[in-house]
Design a protein around this ligand. Sequence first.
Ligand code: ARG
Length: 403
Amino acid sequence: MAKIEKIVLSYSGGLDTSIILKWLQETYGCEVVTFTADLGQGEELEPARAKAEMSGVKDIRIIDLREEFVSDFVFPMLRANALYEGQYLLGSSIARPLIAKHLVGIAREVGAHAIAHGATGKGNDQVRFELAVNALDPSIKIIAPWRQWNIRSRMQLLEYAEKHHIPVPSDKRGEAPFSIDANLLHTSTEGKILENPAEVAPDHVYQRTVDPVDAPDTPEIITIGFERGDPVSVNGKSMTPAALLTELNGLGGRHGIGRLDLVENRFIGMKSRGIYETPGGTILLTAHRGIESITLDRAAAHLKDEIMPRYAELIYNGFWFAPEREMLQALIDQSQTFVSGEVTLRLYKGSASVISRASPLSLYSADLVTFEESAIAYDHHDAEGFIRLNGLRLRSWAARNGR
Ligand code: ARG
């Protein structure tokens, strides 16, 4: 086996990745470059720099990826109205390919032949990181300490930290904390009491949304502008993708929008229970469907809805950088050419509902649909023939069945 000279580590600065950093330095005896991404997780990232420095890291990368995350990953996914198993907005799934892309970029830049990540051996995230790295640079080796070392429990992990003088914050000393993954799109919480799906999630697991019961008693009306399928403004004010999602997270959080308590099927094979909070994403999904309802042709809309579960599953399973995802994306993107206009929503006690929509490119024809006399050429007799022919096979079928 060729000796590994340099490793790029996906590093949050938290306890687990600090231990991984030390373990890599010890096990491989080589330079480790750390990469910390700002995806809008709402944590100070500078402490990660200080911690990496203390561990002797010379090359420390901290990069603000918020705009790239929203414009190149979240928005393309939202164009598809993607939901995994009908409910999950894929907040963790969509962040992994972006992190992997930068890990690969840094590895190439610094001449590292290996990448390390802190995802455990039971989850989806290891799959997503590694499939993305495979697709972007097959020459890069992947190190997954959680699958390689013989630390098997929280106790052993803390022992390792003590032995190597890695500071363990007092709140991390007791029992294992919740496993939390946060970014601009969502917060996901798993583990501990949540592992029993029969237990109601305690209030304190929720971090960015209020309980709908405690949300304001007066509804809030907002308008979202879309251009070619992507949201571009809130209440008439143009915003960058990350600023727009941040704004909607604030509004949604205050009104208790986007909470989800879900048992899902992991790609790896087991079921898991998690609590998700996706306030801005939930508003955007509803708004996007609203603008599509007047700007998309029926067959185009239905085709999108047919492929959506497949597309969502590809993202969930880690195939963002796979040819079939790119093919479906091309189809989805083309469908969005005329998806422009404005949607007004009411935010109230946990729900975001469309209350009006308008577009200069609307296909909606009041003249055609009206119950009143219409100027447009529509012959009511055509409907009679339409129904007669559609009913032809039903009449044969019913006659044969002796009805
Ligand atoms: N189960 C979710 C997924 O696979 C979230 C995974 C990461 N979340 C966490 N709390 N560790 O997309």
